[in-house]
Design a protein around this ligand. Structure first.
Ligand SMILES: Cc1ncc(COP(=O)(O)O)c(C=O)c1O
Length: 403
C-alpha cells in the first residue's frame, strides 16, 4: 500500500472540487476584539473579524481573563485526570451547578466540547433506551448525526422545521416505543429558528422526549441567556438541553443539562465523558465567570440585537441580499464554491476583512455563502467599512444585487 499516494489523492479531490481548506493564521488581540492580526499576510496584517462565534466578545472580557489566570495560578494548568480519576476539580463542579441553574434543570454535565457532548450523549442515549427511534431534523449538526449513527437506534429524518412531517413520523411509531426528537434552536448556517413550543407539544402528545441543541443560542436568547427555549417559555418542557461554552461564552467546552437521573446515566455510560481528561480548572473558571456575567447582563443581548439589526439594514440599503434569518446570524448566499472563496480572498487581501467562505460539506453544494456574525463590539465604522468593501467586491466580481 502506498499510503502517501492515498493521502495525496484525498487532497487532490478537495482541490479539484475547489473545497480545499486554507486556514487563516490569525492572532486575536485581547482587548481589541473584533480586530486581529493576520499572520498569513504580513503585508496587510490588521484585520476585522466578521465571522467569529465569540458572539458577545466574552473571550476577551477582563473578568473572564482574570478568572482564567487566577485559576491557573491557584490550581495549575491541567485537570490531572479523567473525571473519575482525580479530574473532578472544584471549578468544574461549580460550573455544572451554574449550567443547571442557567437552564432550570436539576443537573448538568460538562464535556470537552459541544461536538463531544452531542456525539457521546446521543450515542449513549440510544443505547440506554433499547428499541428507541431518534427523530432528527434534516439540518442537524454533524456532531448530532455522528452521535445518532453511533447510538445504534433507528433514525427517521423530518424535513427541516416541518411540524407536519414531524407529526406524521411520530404518529407512525407505536405509542409505547421510546422516541427522541433531536433538533436545534438556531440553525447556524441559515440563521433560522425552530418552533420549539410546537415541537415540544407534538413530542409530549406522542410520548417522546426532546433533545435540543442550543449551541448557537445559549447566552444570546432569553432574559438570562438560557437560549431560545428560555425566550419561548418552554425550557422546563425540553427534556435535554445541550450547549457549548465556546461560542457566546467565549471559552471552550460543551455540556448537557437535564434531569438528575439522565445526567447520572450519561455520566456512568458515555465513553466520550468517561475516558478523557477533564477540562482544565482555568477553562472551567473562565467559563463560569463568563456565564455569570452573561446571565446577569441583558444589556449585552440588547446591544447585540441592535448591532445585528443595523448590519442587516445597512446591507439591505446597499443592495447586498441576505438570506431571511430570524437570528443574529447574517448569511449572504453566493452559491458557488470558487466564487465564494474568491469573495473571501478579496475581502481579506484588499479590505482587511476576514469572513471565512462557507463551502461544502458545511453547507450543501450550491449553498456556498458568507456567514456574517456581528458582535456588540462591531461599531458603526466597522459596519460601514464592511458594507463598502462588499459593494466593491460585488462590483468587481459582477455579483447580482437585490432590487
Ligand atoms: C449546532 C452545533 N452543535 C454543536 C457544535 C459543536 O460545538 P463546539 O464548537 O463547542 O464543539 C457546533 C459547532 O459549530 C454547532 O454548530
Amino acid at each position: 500500500m502506498d499510503y502517501e499516494a492515498a493521502f495525496a489523492r484525498a487532497v487532490a479531490v478537495l482541490k479539484t472540487e475547489r473545497r480545499y481548506r486554507v486556514f487563516t493564521d490569525l492572532a486575536r488581540q485581547a482587548g481589541r476584539f473584533p480586530q486581529a492580526v493576520n499572520h498569513s499576510n504580513p503585508a496587510k496584517p490588521e484585520v476585522v473579524v466578521w465571522c467569529s462565534n465569540d458572539y458577545l466578545g466574552m473571550g476577551q472580557h477582563p473578568a473572564v481573563l482574570e478568572a482564567m489566570a487566577e485559576a491557573a495560578r491557584r490550581y495549575g494548568a491541567g485537570a490531572g485526570g479523567t473525571r473519575n480519576i482525580s479530574g473532578t476539580h472544584h471549578p468544574l463542579v461549580e460550573l455544572e451547578a451554574e449550567l443547571a441553574g442557567l437552564h432550570g434543570k436539576p443537573a448538568a454535565l460538562v464535556f470537552s466540547s459541544g461536538y463531544v457532548a452531542n456525539d457521546t450523549a446521543l450515542a449513549t442515549l440510544g443505547r440506554l433506551l433499547p428499541g428507541a427511534v431518534i427523530i432528527s431534523d434534516q439540518l442537524n449538526h454533524a456532531s448530532m448525526i455522528a452521535g445518532i449513527r453511533r447510538s445504534g437506534a433507528d433514525c427517521r429524518i423530518f424535513r427541516h422545521n416541518d411540524l407536519g412531517h414531524l407529526e406524521e413520523l411520530l404518529k407512525s411509531e407505536p405509542a409505547d416505543r421510546p422516541k427522541i426528537v433531536a433538533f436545534e434552536s438556531v440553525y447556524s448556517m441559515d440563521g433560522d429558528i425552530a418552533p420549539i413550543p410546537a415541537i415540544v407539544r407534538l413530542a409530549e402528545a406522542h410520548g417522546a422526549m426532546t433533545y435540543l441543541d442550543e449551541v448557537h443560542a445559549v447566552g444570546m436568547y432569553g432574559p438570562h441567556g438560557g437560549g431560545v427555549a428560555e425566550r419561548d417559555g418552554v425550557m422546563d418542557r425540553v427534556t435535554v438541553i445541550q450547549g457549548t461554552l465556546g461560542k457566546a461564552f467565549g471559552v471552550v467546552g460543551g455540556y448537557v443539562a437535564g434531569s438528575a437521573s439522565f445526567v447520572d446515566a450519561i455520566r456512568g455510560h458515555a465513553p466520550g465523558f468517561i475516558f478523557t481528561t477533564a477540562l482544565p480548572p482555568a477553562v472551567a473558571a473562565a467559563a463560569l465567570a463568563s456565564i455569570r456575567i452573561v446571565r446577569s447582563q441583558e444589556s449585552l443581548r440588547v446591544r447585540h440585537r441592535e448591532r445585528v439589526a443595523r448590519l442587516k439594514a445597512a446591507l439591505k440599503d446597499a443592495g447586498i441580499a441576505t438570506m431571511p434569518s430570524d437570528s443574529h446570524i447574517v448569511p449572504v448566499m453566493i452559491g458557488e464554491s470558487a466564487l465564494c472563496t474568491e469573495v473571501g480572498r478579496l475581502l481579506l487581501e484588499q479590505h482587511g476583512i476576514y469572513v471565512q467562505p462557507i463551502n461544502y460539506p458545511t453547507v450543501p453544494r450550491g449553498g456556498e455563502r458568507l456567514r456574517l456574525t456581528p458582535s456588540p463590539l462591531h461599531d458603526d465604522a466597522m459596519i460601514e467599512h464592511l458594507v463598502s468593501a462588499l459593494t466593491q467586491v460585488w462590483q468587481e466580481l459582477r455579483l447580482g444585487r437585490a432590487a
